[in-house]
Design a binder for this molecule. Structure first.
Ligand SMILES: [Zn+2]
Ligand SMILES: [Zn+2]
Length: 120
C-alpha cells in the first residue's frame, strides 16, 4: 500500500448517506453508501453481479428485499482495509483502502464520475 492510500480518518455520515475518508495526504473522499453497497467486493455479491447482467438496478440483483444501504458498523481489517456491516446483516465485504482511493468519486480523481470499485 502506498502513501496516498493510507486512511487518516474514516466516518460514516449516516445523515448524508456517505462514507467519508480523509487520506494521509489530506485528500477527502465521499462515497455514497448506495454505491459502496452496490460495489460490495465479497465473493457472493461479485457472483450475483456477474450473473445479473440484465438487471437494471445493481442493488436488486435477486428476488427479495433490496440490500440495505444503511451501515450498522465498520471496523478496520489490519491497516489495509475496511469491513462494513449493513443493517440487513451482510458483513462479508472487505474494502481495501487502495481500491477505495483508486475509485474516489471526486472530479479530480475520476472526471468521468465514480467508477466501479477498483479491483486489485
Ligand atoms: Zn457482499
Ligand atoms: Zn478524489
Amino acid at each position: 500500500m502506498n502513501f496516498i492510500s493510507k486512511a487518516k480518518d474514516i466516518a460514516i455520515d449516516r445523515a448524508a448517506g456517505l462514507l467519508r475518508i480523509t487520506w494521509l495526504d489530506q485528500h477527502e473522499s465521499a462515497y455514497p453508501l448506495r454505491w459502496v453497497r452496490a460495489n460490495c467486493p465479497c465473493a457472493t455479491c461479485r457472483e450475483e453481479r456477474r450473473t445479473a447482467v440484465l438487471n437494471t438496478d445493481p442493488l436488486k440483483l435477486t428476488a427479495g428485499p433490496a440490500p440495505s444501504t444503511q451501515v450498522a458498523g465498520a471496523e478496520l481489517v489490519g491497516n489495509y482495509a475496511l469491513r462494513l456491516r449493513w443493517t440487513d446483516g451482510h458483513d462479508t465485504g472487505i474494502y481495501p483502502f487502495t481500491s477505495l482511493r483508486m475509485s474516489c468519486p471526486c472530479p479530480n480523481c475520476n472526471p468521468q464520475g465514480a467508477p466501479p470499485l477498483f479491483a486489485e
